[in-house]
Design a protein around this ligand. Structure first.
Ligand code: PGA
Length: 248
């Protein structure tokens, strides 16, 4: 059975005072419930990991470099994430792909580096609005999967995040989510790979809120969510975690 995952992406939000909120979010994580993960900005990972110690809350990074160390000013390696207390790392988020020109190949190399450091990669894929309107969603997602997911990984998470749904309040129809998640599961199954497609959690991301979480989690092949804005406050993230726990 796939473990459910409620992952929060704090993006470039959060300073030391927000660790109070993180402490409240840690209270949402239970041994018999879904995995609850917060990916704070890099500056807070170590302190967040300290704050989460003794709780079931997992802490992750939002990106990593392909190398373990070296002359790469401003970058952070997966080893450093692990050292700071991270167990997961978001890779290939559409904001990284757009703002930093990250390619599928780079995302794949980062995923290999993360896995080698003992950090589980959460690999993001998703189409733009123009691509959806052109009927290219499955082709785009298929290409991103083929290029971004290393066959050698044994443990990974996929996040389907339509670019047009991120931070916009717009959400695909449940039929559209079902179509893409089913497609992703089938594509993963076709890769002759070290990982099992059946065991790989596939998260939905893009404007997940307390009010739509239950409906989204009822969709086949949705194993959790990658949540941006609604993960910043325990009052918003709590109902999302509860909806995931309640989902069949
Ligand atoms: P959102 O962001 O929940 O604020 O739409 C999701 C994401 O970018 O991971």
């Amino acid at each position: 059975m796939r473990r459910k995952l409620a992952a929060g992406n704090w993006k470039m939000n959060g300073t030391v005072e927000d660790l109070i909120e993180l402490g409240q979010i840690a209270g949402l994580a239970a041994e018999d419930g879904p995995t609850v993960l917060i990916c704070p900005p890099a500056t807070l990972i170590s302190r967040a990991a300290d704050a989460a110690r003794g709780t079931m809350l997992a802490i992750g990074g939002q990106d990593c470099h392909t190398a373990g160390s070296g002359a790469h000013t401003g970058d952070i390696s997966a080893l450093m994430l692990r050292d700071a207390g991270a167990t997961h790392v978001i890779l290939g988020h559409s904001e990284r792909r757009a703002d930093h020109g990250e390619s599928d190949t780079l995302v794949s190399e980062k995923a290999v580096a993360a896995a080698a450091a003992g950090v589980a990669p959460i690999i993001c894929v998703g189409e733009t609005l123009a691509e959806r309107e052109a009927g290219e969603t499955l082709a785009v997602v298929g290409t991103q999967l083929a290029g971004s997911v290393p066959r050698s990984l044994t443990d990974l998470v996929i996040a389907y995040e339509p670019v047009w749904a991120i931070g916009t309040g717009k959400v695909p129809t449940m039929a559209q989510i079902a179509e893409v998640h089913g497609f992703i599961r089938a594509e993963l199954g076709k890769m002759s790979a070290a990982f099992s497609a059946e065991a790989t959690p596939i998260l939905y991301g893009g404007s997940v809120k307390p009010g739509n979480a239950a409906e989204i989690f009822a969709v086949a092949d949705v194993d959790g969510a990658l949540v941006g804005g609604a993960s910043l406050k325990a009052a918003d993230f709590g109902p999302i975690v509860a909806a995931l726990e309640a989902a069949a």
